[in-house]
Ligand binder design. Structure first.
Ligand SMILES: Nc1nc2c(ncn2[C@@H]2O[C@H](COP(=O)(O)OP(=O)(O)OP(=O)(O)O)[C@@H](O)[C@H]2O)c(=O)[nH]1
Ligand SMILES: [Mg+2]
Length: 807
């Protein structure tokens, strides 16, 4: 017969680690509380008849948070034959609180004392026999991380499940609402079950009250579960009261019992029960746990430095600097260039690069002269072939291009495949090596327990702006790429905080936006870095300021009103994470990035290619000849840009070219510079080319204010398709995705308007007009939203004032 085992316990006590060990699954394990949020089922590898269910970690069985409801419903459902209650043995007092509640359920329970490796390392001792006797259930020592004790644990669980009594699986009343107590399964062994006499007893008055309530409930519930219902009725938990369908008389009797107890103890019933539990646990621990007199554990010693008020922040900045240096500079420099220019570019030369570059420079210099050009045309001067200089391989586009040529593929299809799809998908995949390194390092920091501290440190800063410390990690990641940043918002439990973070985090300039900043920088400063060094940091500051202002403003709306959720996170013990866990966490993140490249980017690259390569030329619609100058002016994209250009006129860049540039940026921000290249007929000159700066400045009508407005708009507006796709997934709602796109684009437009109209006015580039008035109005509106009290604040202040007056 199949046996169903439920794994229940506090957050971060090792349930998923145990589950993976038992079932061979690879569910996500992280070193912070609240990793698992829904139940997962698997089969025991050594006995396929045994089903194991991993449940979200909970501190109690009260139906408040979604995780608590999932766990409580499952335990009450009658499905588990036995509950394996994992407890973090390094923190027995707190963990046993849930144990006492699980014991009340009347199901067979086996307690797993997990993390015994840490207990031994700390030099503490636990009397397992004594604990088992006092709790009235088997207790097994385990170290899930190393797979120790897990077989003995399951053997005990199977034994307990097979014992004929006690049984509570048919105990839930049939009228119980589905939300809390799904329909029970009938079980013949229960008919004769005697009322369970709890091993863990409360003070006499409480036990008397419970017995009296149990008598009123009578046989409406199975005897084994009578205690659970009696406790819940004493606590006056509405869900249970509704479920039992008691008569008005019975309810009045129970209320009288409760009031009598509350009067006698001078406390409310819920607190009385909670205190009774803690007192009982205190006695158990005093008798069974012997703490080593050692003053501080390793974790406490590390935390003294890491979470220190003065040292915490600088230390964190140093750690992050190292992570970024390794990922972006070292790995990025090594691998991303290789992936972008080698694998998805022309090819890559591993050795003899210096000699090759020198020869190319000579070749380029020769082409500058008339003789050189003549020699080149005559075939006397040949472009140097990198393959002659050392170890070289060609890029995928070259290989694919060769195949397509060989099979006589139509030029338009070649262009679609190479310039459209391969270029688009390749640009995204080119970042994969960098991301792997970044995520490996971040997963390590997460797995060892450091990230939980970071959120705690940043909370002190962020709280002032209505954001929780947990929003910081996404923003940090966003400076690399918005996609993983949006995914990282998953760890923010509070829905409002999470939505707000998703909506704003992509305002931080990501790696792909840096070329835009460089281009603007060049166009404004003409390469005079010494005099204008402040332009680039200015845009980072703009991103950060935009987030802060947005959060302060958004908090004034009902959908986001309220303070950031109080920062409650138990700081886990430090430990070296297993290689498997780090690799899994990294893969999980990289995988979604790759999947996105294969789906959203794939499709959008095709669409953009189509819009840029098709159009009406000499009265005929068709594929444009990309070798003619200004072909883009005839494309569908130009038409689209022309149609939308009026939107950007107030921002100073109302030409179809500038509009098209912003539109292609939606696919990937890298496209902005590439499009400027095509528009200025400079090809792939790149953002560092002075010709490109001049061309770009001309595109913007030579106005510095327009250039700044263009840059601000492109940095702050809706992110690339890839990030939008991720936002859609994390928001799990089309409405919120559109709200995000709308908010970001609207906000970016307003900032662009203010920069162009007001900045241009100051610089003498723009004459006052109706738009100037609108820009002033927008500025005033923003200031109003920032400084206006949040809804509810006024009421709170008024009541506080009234209370103060009354006092
Ligand atoms: N030292 C030690 N660490 C462990 C042990 N078991 C689990 N861990 C670590 O504890 C952390 C939490 O493990 P999880 O399995 O995710 O915990 P969980 O109970 O599923 O947590 P939630 O899903 O948040 O409820 C991870 O970093 C594990 O590697 C153990 O026996 N010893
Ligand atoms: Mg888990």
């Amino acid at each position: 017969m199949g046996i169903s085992i439920a794994l229940a316990g506090n957050p971060n006590c090792g349930k998923t680690t145990m589950f993976n060990e038992l079932t061979g699954a690879s569910q996500y394990v992280g070193n912070w509380p609240g990793v698992t949020v829904e139940k997962k089922e698997g089969r025991y590898t050594r006995d396929r008849d045994v089903t194991i269910t991993d449940l979200p970690g909970v501190y109690s069985l009260s139906p408040y948070t979604p995780e608590e409801i999932v766990t409580r419903d499952y335990l009450l459902s009658g499905q588990p034959d036995v509950v394996v209650n994992l407890v973090d043995a390094t923190n027995l007092e707190r963990n046993l609180y849930l144990t006492t509640q699980i014991l009340d359920l009347g199901l067979p329970v086996v307690v797993a004392l997990n993390m015994m490796d840490l207990v031994r390392k700390n030099g503490d001792k636990i009397d397992v026999e004594g604990l088992s006797r006092r709790l009235g259930c088997p207790v097994v020592e385990t170290t899930a991380l190393k797979g120790q004790g897990v077989e003995a644990l399951i053997a005990k669980a199977i034994e307990a499940a097979s014992a004929p009594t006690p049984c509570a699986s048919s105990a839930a009343p049939s009228s119980a609402p589905a939300a809390s107590a799904p329909t029970p399964a009938a079980s013949p062994t229960c008919a004769s079950a005697a009322p369970a006499s709890p091993a863990l007893r409360f003070p006499g008055a409480v036990e008397d009250a419970l017995a009296a309530i149990a008598a009123i409930v009578g046989d409406r519930v199975a005897p084994a579960r009578a205690r659970w219902f009696a406790v819940k009725l004493l606590e006056d938990e509405q869900l249970t009261v509704d479920a039992l369908d008691l008569s008005a008389d019975d309810l009045a009797c129970i209320a009288a019992i409760r009031e009598a107890l509350e009067d006698a103890e001078d406390d409310d019933a819920e607190s009385i029960v909670t205190n009774a539990r803690y007192d009982a646990i205190g006695e158990v621990c005093a008798a069974c746990v012997e703490r080593s007199p050692k003053a501080l554990t390793t974790t406490q010693r590390i935390d003294r430095v890491v979470t220190n008020r003065v040292l915490g922040l600088p230390l964190f900045i140093a750690v992050m600097f190292c992570v970024y240096y390794l990922a972006v500079s070292v790995a990025g420099g090594l691998f991303t260039d290789w992936a972008n220019d080698g694998l998805f570019g022309d090819g890559w030369l591993y050795t003899g690069t210096e000699q090759y570059e020198a020869t190319v420079a000579d070749f380029d210099a020769a082409l500058e002269t008339a003789e050189g050009v003549a020699a080149f045309e005559a075939g006397a001067l040949v472009e140097p072939d990198p393959a002659d200089f050392g170890l070289y391989h060609v890029g995928i586009p070259v290989v694919v291009g060769g195949w397509l040529d060989a099979v006589g593929c139509a030029p338009w299809l070649q262009s679609l495949l190479l310039d459209g799809i391969l270029a688009g998908v390749g640009a995204v995949l080119g970042f994969v090596p960098q991301l792997i390194v970044l995520f490996l390092l971040l997963s390590f920091l997460e797995g060892c327990g450091y990230m939980a501290r970071v959120a705690f440190i940043m909370d002190r800063v962020f709280r002032r702006f209505g954001l929780s410390g947990k929003s910081f990690i996404p923003m940090l990641i966003a400076s690399g790429c918005g996609v993983p940043a949006v995914m990282a918002t998953k760890t923010i439990e509070n829905e409002k905080d999470r939505r707000m973070t998703i909506m704003t985090t992509t305002m931080i300039p990501c790696g792909a936006k840096l070329p835009i900043i460089a281009l603007v920088f060049g166009a404004l400063a003409g390469g005079d870095y010494a005099a204008t060094w402040w332009v680039a940091p200015l845009f980072y500051f703009l991103g950060l300021a935009a987030i802060i202002i947005s959060c302060v403003m958004l908090r004034k709306f009902r959908a986001f009103a309220g303070e950031a959720a109080p920062f409650i996170m138990e700081l886990p013990q430090y430990h070296i994470p297993t290689l498997k866990n780090v690799a899994m966490a990294t893969w999980e993140r990289v995988r979604s990035y790759i999947v996105k490249a294969g789906t959203i980017i794939f499709l959008s690259s095709m669409v953009i290619w189509f819009l840029m390569n098709f159009g009406v030329y000499e009265g005929r619609f068709g594929l444009l000849d990309t070798s003619t100058d200004g072909y883009l002016g005839h494309s569908l994209m130009a038409g689209l840009g022309g149609g939308l250009a009026w939107l950007f006129a107030p921002l100073g860049f109302g030409s179809w070219e500038a509009t098209v540039t912003s539109l292609t940026g939606l696919v990937a921000k890298e496209n902005v510079v590439a499009t400027v290249g095509i528009l200025t007929s400079l090809g792939e000159a790149g953002e560092g080319d002075p010709g490109m700066w001049a061309g770009f400045a001309a595109l913007m009508g030579g106005s510095s204010a327009a250039i700044m407005a263009f840059c601000a708009f492109n940095l702050l507006c809706a992110p690339c398709f890839a990030a939008i796709g991720t936002i859609r997934r994390q928001m799990a709602s089309a409405k919120w995705t559109w709200a995000t796109i709308g908010y970001l684009t609207g906000f970016a437009w307003c900032v662009g308007l203010m920069i162009y109209q007001l900045g241009g006015l100051a610089l003498g580039e723009v004459a006052p007009s109706g738009w100037t008035a609108l820009a002033v109005a927008v500025l005033a509106g923003m200031l109003f939203l920032v400084f206006r009290p949040a809804p509810g604040d006024r009421a709170r202040k008024a009541s506080a004032a009234a209370a103060a007056q009354g006092a």
